[in-house]
Design a protein around this ligand. Structure first.
Ligand SMILES: Cc1cc2nc3c(=O)[nH]c(=O)nc-3n(C[C@H](O)[C@H](O)[C@H](O)COP(=O)(O)OP(=O)(O)OC[C@H]3O[C@@H](n4cnc5c(N)ncnc54)[C@H](O)[C@@H]3O)c2cc1C
Length: 331
C-alpha cells in the first residue's frame, strides 16, 4: 500500500494496550478488572498452563517492543503484584489507530485485510473482514485473469468491501469510546447496555459484528439480493443436500426451485452450475428474519445472491453477464 502511494486515511491512536502470553508462579486474579485507566484482563490458556494478559497502558505508547519488565511494572500498577511472571511466549502492543485505504484498487494493485483497514481489536472483527475481502476478490480476480470477465469487474471489489470495513471501523471506534472510565461515558455505556438488552438492537449489532448481516448494494429487489445465501436443506433427485456444499468449489450456482429444467442458461453452462431442487422450509435472514420465498436464486462463488427470480427469468441474463462474463458464442 505504501509503495503504491494509496492514502491510509483515519484516526491516530489515543490509547495502547500490552498483550502477552506468559507463565506465572502465583495464581493471578482471573477475568476482567477495570480501574481509572481502562479494562485489563488475565485469562487461562488451557494448553501448557500458560496465562494470557491484556493491560490498558496508563499512557499512549506507540511502537517499541514492550519488555517483560514493562509488563511486570504494568501488572504491579494494576494488581499490586506481577504474580511472578516469567518465560513469555510473546509480548506485544496494540493501539486504537483506525485507518482505511482510500482506494482498494490502483490499477494492478489490490488491497485486502489489514493493508486495507486497521482498527482496535474490540469485537474481534479484523481477521473476519480481511478473509471476507479475500473471498470477495478471489473469484473476480480469477475471472479477469482468465479473461472471462472484463477488468471492470475488479472495481466492484472496492465498491462492495470499502463500505463494510468503514462500518466496522466505526463500530470499533465506538467501542473504544465506550470503554472510557469517566462518569459520563459510564452513563452512555449503561444506556448502550440497556439498548443491547432489546431484541432489535441486539440482532442488528450482532449481525454487523459477526459479518453475517453484510448487504452489498446490488440494486432494488427481493431482500435476498446482495445478501449472504442461507444454508438451506434442499431436496434433489439424488437425495437431501445442504446448500453450502454446492459452494465448496467456489463456482457460481443457479438454484432452480421451480419446474426442473425451466431456466435456460446454455451460454453460461461452462461457468455456472445449475441445480434443480426442492425446498419447503422458511427463508430466514439475519436481522430481517423470514423473507418471501423465491423459486430461483443465482449465487456468486462468495455465497452472495446476485439475482432472485420469483416466477420469472427476468434480469437473469443481465446478472449472469455482470457477474460471470458475456455469453459464450454458440458453436
Ligand atoms: C490483540 C489483537 C486481537 C485480535 N483479535 C481478533 C479477533 O478476535 N478476531 C478477528 O477477526 N481479528 C482479530 N484481530 C485482527 C487480526 O489479527 C488482523 O485483522 C489480521 O491478522 C490481519 O491479517 P492480514 O493477513 O491482513 O495482515 P497481517 O496478519 O498483518 O499479515 C501481514 C503479513 O505481511 C508481512 N509483511 C508486511 N510487510 C511486508 C513486506 N514488505 N514484505 C513481506 N512481508 C511483509 C507481515 O510481517 C505479516 O506477516 C486482532 C488483532 C489484535 C492486534
Amino acid at each position: 500500500r505504501k509503495a503504491a502511494g494509496i492514502e491510509f486515511a483515519g484516526q491516530d491512536p489515543t490509547m495502547s494496550w500490552m498483550i502477552a502470553e506468559v507463565e506465572m508462579v502465583q495464581e493471578p486474579a482471573w477475568g476482567f478488572r477495570s480501574d481509572a485507566y481502562g479494562i485489563h484482563a488475565i485469562g487461562k490458556i488451557e494448553e501448557g498452563g500458560r496465562v494470557g494478559v491484556v493491560l490498558t497502558e496508563r499512557q499512549l505508547t506507540i511502537g517499541g517492543e514492550p519488555t517483560l519488565r514493562d509488563l511486570s511494572e504494568a501488572l504491579v500498577a494494576v494488581y499490586g503484584t506481577d504474580y511472578g511472571l516469567h518465560n513469555p511466549t510473546w509480548l506485544s502492543r496494540f493501539t486504537d489507530m483506525t485507518r482505511q485505504a482510500a482506494s482498494y484498487r490502483d490499477r494492478r494493485v489490490l488491497l485486502g485485510g489489514d493493508a486495507a483497514h486497521v482498527h482496535p481489536p474490540m469485537g474481534g472483527q479484523g481477521l473476519n473482514i480481511g478473509v471476507q475481502d479475500a473471498v470477495n476478490l478471489g473469484w473476480k480476480l480469477a475471472q479477469v485473469v482468465k479473461q472471462i470477465s472484463p477488468e471492470s469487474l475488479l472495481d466492484s471489489y472496492h465498491a462492495e468491501r470499502h463500505p463494510i470495513a468503514a462500518r466496522v471501523l466505526r463500530n470499533a471506534m465506538a467501542q473504544v469510546a465506550l470503554r472510557r472510565m469517566d462518569a459520563r461515558t459510564k452513563a452512555l455505556n449503561d444506556i448502550f447496555a440497556e439498548l443491547l438488552g432489546m431484541e432489535e438492537p441486539r440482532k442488528r449489532i450482532a449481525a454487523e459484528m459477526s459479518g453475517l448481516g453484510v448487504h452489498y448494494d446490488l440494486g432494488e429487489g427481493h431482500p435476498l439480493l446482495g445478501r449472504r445465501m442461507p444454508d438451506l436443506d434442499l431436496i434433489t433427485a439424488n437425495g437431501p443436500l445442504r446448500l453450502f456444499t454446492l459452494l465448496h468449489d467456489a463456482r457460481p450456482v443457479l438454484l432452480n426451485l421451480g419446474e426442473p429444467g425451466r431456466l435456460d442458461i446454455a451460454p453460461w453452462a461452462d461457468r455456472v452450475r445449475q441445480i434443480d431442487a426442492g425446498y419447503a422450509g422458511a427463508w430466514k435472514l439475519p436481522v430481517l428474519g423470514t423473507v418471501a420465498a423465491t423459486d430461483a436464486v443465482l449465487i456468486r462463488p462468495d455465497g452472495y445472491v446476485a439475482w432472485v427470480g420469483v416466477g420469472t427469468q427476468q434480469g437473469l441474463m443481465d446478472a449472469l453477464t455482470t457477474w460471470f462474463g458475456p455469453p459464450a458464442a454458440a458453436d
